[in-house]
Design a binder for this molecule. Structure first.
Ligand SMILES: [Zn+2]
Length: 182
């Protein structure tokens, strides 16, 4: 009785495994974009949790000294980072990207602040609410940064706006195909 149960179990498991792998392949190809978005949110939530475990985000003096933190968009294009840092007015979220300004185009680091959260607002919320709000603003910053990326028409790489010649061409391919000299 026990033996036949075991055989039945393995047989069922074998069949199920095949059905499952087919289903998983189908689901994977359909929802890859959604899964990426979901896992980015999970990673962002873990990151915010770990920050709140390390820092008292309402302790302005402490956090001003300690906090300039970067969240990497792992698995996305060249894996850009967004930052969370403290300032006199409150927390700031944004990203850093090379700028190509000036009469002779030369790169220099640019800081782009996208969102801020005043100390006053933070103090008025409990820890859970603070965490949700920081996560919400972090996701908005991440999604803004992601939307700046486009696939290059020549090399097919996803390239940030600061490394593109135009909407569809990266700097490298613009040199190669259009003869643009930097
Ligand atoms: Zn390219």
């Amino acid at each position: 009785m026990l033996f036949s149960n075991v055989v039945f179990y393995y047989d069922l498991k074998f069949q199920t495994k095949h059905l499952m792998s087919d289903a998983i392949i189908a689901v994977n190809s359909l929802t890859r974009g959604m899964v990426d978005v979901k896992s980015m949110k999970i990673k962002a939530r873990d990151w915010v949790d770990s920050i709140f475990n390390q820092y008292a985000l309402t302790d302005e003096e402490k956090i001003k000294k300690d906090c300039a933190l970067y969240f990497k968009l792992t698995g996305f294009a060249d894996e850009p980072e967004v930052y969370l840092r403290s300032a006199d007015e409150g927390l700031e979220l944004g990203y850093e990207a090379t700028q190509w300004n000036g009469p002779i185009a030369a790169p220099f680091p640019g800081v782009y602040k996208k969102h801020s959260l005043s100390w006053e607002t933070l103090h008025s919320l409990d820890k859970k609410e603070q965490q949700e709000l920081v996560l919400d603003l972090l996701m908005k910053t991440i999604n803004f940064r992601k939307r700046q990326y486009r696939k290059c028409q020549f090399c097919g790489e996803k390239v940030g706006t600061e490394h593109r010649f135009d909407q569809n061409t990266c700097h490298g391919c613009a040199s190669e195909h259009f003869g643009v000299v930097y």
